[in-house]
Design a protein around this ligand. Structure first.
Ligand code: ADP
Ligand code: MG
Length: 221
């Protein structure tokens, strides 16, 4: 039986000086290595939840523990983020004036990995995602699916324990989206990483071990 890698109790996140309740006493436990999909209407709090899990923003009340880190502590979580978390967003957020390889090296910049190893690791992960021929290209020269594969490479390069994917196929046509989902599913199997995937599509959600539904900032199932 795997341990919980995520434990959230009565989490509250407010915006607009308290006028918007984005997370409303949310409770959630996720086990190490689980593949969980998150569905729910637009504005229900899915992205807010992912941002809390990745310490991109801090909650107002309650408790949130991720990979042994207490994320309610008032401190800088950049070390936690680079070590434990890989983010994949709907829009890939690649930096246009860096090459594909350089984009994938970004998460390793503030680590003790040598420049030479950074290049090696970036290029080897790009190779595993069938992007060897693109390493010296700029992102603008790539297709949508290729860019999203680069974003996946960047999310994986530090071997995170958790991948947070916020509608990663939302900006892709369905065929390309299916390729990206197959890549994520394969990574989940091969690396025993915890994968949390926000999606609109029920057929995508059904690929996960478990689906949770968010409504009005609470989990309803
Ligand atoms: N940075 C922000 N500032 C103000 N309100 C926000 C911010 N982010 C999200 N919200 C609000 O919080 C609620 C939840 O949003 P979000 O988590 O983005 O929903 P979802 O991802 O499910 O569409 C919405 O009412 C949204 O308008
Ligand atoms: Mg969202």
């Amino acid at each position: 039986m795997n341990k919980n890698i995520i434990e959230i109790k009565n989490l509250i996140k407010l915006y607009d000086h308290g006028n918007t309740i984005a997370l409303d006493n949310l409770n959630l436990e996720i086990k190490k290595g689980e593949f969980v999909s998150i569905i729910g209407p637009s504005g229900s709090g899915k992205s807010t939840l992912l941002n809390m899990l990745g310490a991109l923003d801090q909650a107002d009340e309650g408790s949130i523990n991720v990979a042994g880190f207490d994320l309610m502590e008032k401190k800088d979580f950049s070390h936690f983020r680079s070590k434990e978390i890989g983010f994949i967003f709907q829009l890939h957020n690649l930096i246009p004036n860096l090459t594909v390889s350089e984009n994938v090296q970004i998460p390793m910049i503030h680590t003790d990995i040598s420049d030479e190893d950074m290049i090696k690791r970036a290029n080897s992960i790009l190779e595993s995602l069938n992007l060897s021929s693109k390493i010296n290209q700029f992102p603008t020269k790539l297709s949508g699916g290729e860019r999203q594969r680069v974003a996946i490479a960047r999310a994986l390069v530090n071997h995170p324990s958790i991948i947070l994917a916020d509608e990663p196929t939302g900006a892709l046509d369905s065929k390309t989206g299916d390729v990206i989902l197959a890549v994520l599913k394969k990574i989940h199997k091969a690396e025993n990483v915890t994968l949390i995937l926000v999606t609109h599509e029920t057929y995508v959600a059904d690929m996960a071990d478990r689906t949770i539904e968010v409504r009005d900032g609470q989990i309803t199932n």
